[in-house]
Design a protein around this ligand. Structure first.
Ligand code: ATR
Length: 278
């Protein structure tokens, strides 16, 4: 078994709660795989302690941290630098402590885009994407797709949240009411669910894919269960699908690179390692 020395590099994930996080399992797979002298720990920090404890982390030797709920936005005033992507998305999920500075970035958009690369149909269909939802995950998905030249149409229960995202972009990001989805589907080359609907313990996502071209990619960022109702429906119609776990695995790569000095691969072994834990 891999041991660690007194020089081991430290990183972790801060959340409240954090016990559900798969990030320790992802990073420990890579630490082992690449023989890195390092550890990655879950840090359950209560909101009232977050500011003070966050600032002690570099003093304790941490190279950096990931952030999950509810800290992705709360961390902003504690950072010395926030990269352009994190500013545009309005959330930080990765922090590096470097030369006395705390630098925040957001790797969710990268993770989403990289997860799509496993799909052979990518780049072959229409450039219009229906994005379901307008929370933090939707912001990262829209950011990634817009950068890649896709046109996004956002549908969300609370329309004003969808409008707020669209207002950050040009006319390539627009909003549609839930009732307008059916007539939009024939024009779409991709559908992405970013809502929590379909997740274990949440209500199902009720949407018909009728009219969607069978070449269109259907992606769900929910990964518990691995195959959501949306993905099952898409597979039954013959649409190519992209599972949510891929985004989670890929978003973790850049943090690992910055803290531990190796850009790790998302390989079959990592998928198997994580699927056992879902
Ligand atoms: P995340 O950061 O993971 O995206 P979030 O910001 O809480 O999480 O966003 C959750 C998304 O799921 C939102 O788009 C939310 O819709 P609202 O903006 O209207 O709240 C959507 N969502 C959650 N529960 C829903 C439900 N029962 N019906 C419809 N949409 C729902």
């Amino acid at each position: 078994m891999r041991g660690i020395s007194g020089k081991a590099r430290l990183a972790g994930v801060i959340g409240h709660p954090v016990s559900h996080s798969l990030s320790p399992a992802i990073h420990h797979y890579w630490l082992e795989r690449y023989g890195v002298d390092g550890v990655y720990v879950p840090l359950a920090i209560a909101p009232e302690d977050f500011g003070a404890l966050f600032q002690t982390l570099p003093k304790m030797g941490f190279a950096g941290v990931n952030l999950t709920l509810p800290y992705k936005e709360k961390v902003f005033p504690l950072l010395d630098e926030i990269d352009e992507t994190a500013q545009a998305i309005g959330a930080v999920n990765t922090v590096v402590f470097k030369e006395g500075r705390a630098i925040g970035s957001n790797t969710d958009a990268y993770g989403f885009w990289e997860s799509l690369q496993a799909c052979e149909a990518l780049g072959q269909g229409k450039k219009k994407v229906l994005v379901l939802g307008a929370g933090g995950a939707a912001k990262a998905v829209v950011y990634a797709l817009h950068r890649q030249g896709y046109e996004c149409v956002i549908a969300n229960r609370s329309r004003e949240k969808a409008e707020a995202i669209a207002s950050q972009y040009n006319d390539k990001v627009t909003v549609v009411g839930w009732g307008g989805i059916a007539s939009l589907l024939p024009e779409c080359g991709m559908v992405v669910n970013t809502t929590s609907l379909g997740m274990e313990g949440q209500p199902p996502l009720v949407i018909s894919l009728e009219g969607l071209p069978v070449t269109a990619i259907v992606s769900d960022i929910v990964y518990r269960p691995r195959k959501t109702g949306l993905l099952v429906e898409a597979e039954m119609r013959g649409n190519p699908t992209v599972e949510g776990l891929g985004m989670l695995l890929h978003q973790a790569r850049e943090g690992f690179r910055q803290w531990f000095g190796v850009l790790p691969e998302v390989d079959r072994g990592l998928w198997d390692h994580l699927l056992l834990r879902l």
